[in-house]
Write a protein that binds this ligand. Structure first.
Ligand code: GDP
Ligand code: ZN
Length: 445
């Protein structure tokens, strides 16, 4: 626990019916006495006047006192609920500072809750994600992470991993007995079960990350095939042009849209082509960067022209591609969706709107929305990176085992996997990581 007491206005700036100043730390009691004349009974609302040092009136309202460790931060916490005017709140905050508190940094209450073991890192992040949710679905998923759905699965994996590690490390302690790990079926079986669980968790976490950040869709294709028209049709009235990236001469546009609650970030890469103009080169570089982060490429083609297959080379390897064969009205074809081995093809007409519903359903199923909405949870890119590292270490452990390279190397990889999983819940962290996470929170949270 740190010695300093922190204070912040927890409600948003501006005027409102109620405004809240929050205090956490060992001075909370003294601050209650200084402002209210007494310490309220823990966890009971106390009505009273909020006063200056000379007894002058600041406001009147409710005070709530939570005694350590039974509070959000795990420290003594005081909440003063007054009238939500900016000057009132400012006076109240100043009074807390006068009584010894210092101004809280963004996310510092949550950081203390984490450091005092009240929340793990996933849950602390879920609080911020809940606040920042842009759809009702994101709220539900953040709620599940906050309630421990994601943490529980990580912790269960870590438990299994520890068991395997103990088993492997035990053989290290008895080098003379010459136990060959590869001949121990349980180690290999346990490892493969853990790997499968990591794969499932990674898939679910990816879905949660898409709900949090939006499905990243790139629209690519030759000029005049109908890319801009398709974008407009998908945007509908919910269209919000977020950025048109400065420095590009044309046509790399980003849109944030929603299709039935699914947030989608669409990038139109119309400007993607080889060029020697430095400004355009920058545009091409950014378009390529957008492509590399894509969850899905929509490759738009017009049915009345041969598609330019050479564009395919610009798509990131491994990224799913959906061919959108536009302008079926010209040939009088009907809309349809064909699932191929590694590629989906959708024939539609932006002009008549026929087949757009097929595309929307396809986008939703691509985000995993139609398959299993229950049990889903919110996740961040950092969680995916760590899960990916855990998976790689587990695969390396399996390969090491198969090749009989020795228990020591297996143990080393298992250790790496456990560390990666521990980073997700915050069991292993660096100050740098914590700083990055909590500094993006709101003040007073
Ligand atoms: P982009 O260059 O790929 O962005 O293509 P645009 O969206 O600017 O469209 C090029 C032309 O195709 C415009 O004249 C559109 O009106 C037309 N177009 C777009 N979609 C359709 C369609 O489904 N059917 C027909 N007949 N024309 C379309
Ligand atoms: Zn266009």
């Amino acid at each position: 626990m740190t010695g300093e007491t922190i204070a912040a206005i927890a409600t948003p700036p501006g005027m409102g019916g109620v405004g809240i100043v929050r205090v956490s730390g060992s001075l909370a009691r003294a601050i209650a006495v200084g402002i209210l004349g007494r310490v309220p009974e823990p966890r009971q609302a106390a009505f009273g006047g909020f006063r200056e040092a000379d007894g002058g009136f600041i406001d009147e309202g409710l005070a709530l006192y939570f005694q350590a460790p039974r509070s959000f931060t795990g420290e003594d916490v005081l909440e003063l609920q007054g009238h939500g005017g900016p000057i009132v709140m400012d006076l109240l905050l100043r009074r807390c500072l006068e009584l010894g508190a210092r101004l809280a940094r963004p996310g510092e209450f949550s950081e203390r809750a984490f450091l005092n073991g009240k929340l793990d890192l996933i849950q602390a992040e879920a609080v911020a994600d809940l606040i920042e949710s842009s759809t009702a679905l994101a709220v539900r998923l953040a709620g599940r992470s906050l309630q421990g759905v994601f943490s529980h699965r990580i912790n269960a994996l870590v438990e299994c991993l520890i068991q395997v590690r103990l088993h492997v490390e035990a053989t290290l302690d008895f080098p003379d007995e010459d136990i060959d790990l590869a001949d121990e079926p349980s180690v290999a079986a346990d490892l493969s079960a853990i790997l499968e669980a990591v794969d499932r968790l990674l898939a679910d976490a990816h879905q949660g990350q898409i709900i949090r950040e939006g499905l990243a869709v790139v629209i690519a294709g030759a000029p005049n095939v109908g890319k801009s028209s398709l974008l407009n049709a998908l945007c509908g009235s919910e269209a919000a042009i977020v950025t048109d990236i400065p420095g590009t001469t044309r046509d790399l546009l980003k849109f944030d849209i929603q299709v039935d609650g699914l947030p989608i970030r669409i990038v139109d890469t119309a400007g993607l082509r080889h060029t020697h103009d430095p400004i355009e080169q920058e545009g091409v570089r950014r378009a390529q960067a957008a492509l590399n982060e894509a969850d899905l490429v929509l490759w738009v083609q017009a049915v009345d022209h041969q598609p330019d297959e050479s564009i395919r080379a610009t798509f990131p390897a491994g990224c799913p591609v959906t061919r959108v064969r536009n302008k079926i009205d010209l040939l009088g074809e009907s809309a349809r969706l064909i699932e191929r081995d590694r590629e989906t093809e959708i024939a539609l007409s932006v002009a008549t709107g026929e087949g757009l519903d097929l595309l929307k359903t396809h986008l939703k199923s691509h985000a995993g929305l139609s398959t299993h909405p229950e049990g889903a949870f919110i996740a961040r890119r950092r969680h995916l990176d760590a899960l990916e590292r855990a998976r790689q270490a587990l695969r390396a452990a399996t390969a090491t085992l198969d090749q009989r390279l020795g228990a020591e190397l297996v143990a080393e990889e298992l250790h790496l996997a456990q560390r990666a999983l521990g980073e997700i819940t915050g069991q292993f962290t660096s100050d740098d990581l914590l700083g990055r996470i909590f500094s993006s929170f709101c003040i007073g949270k």
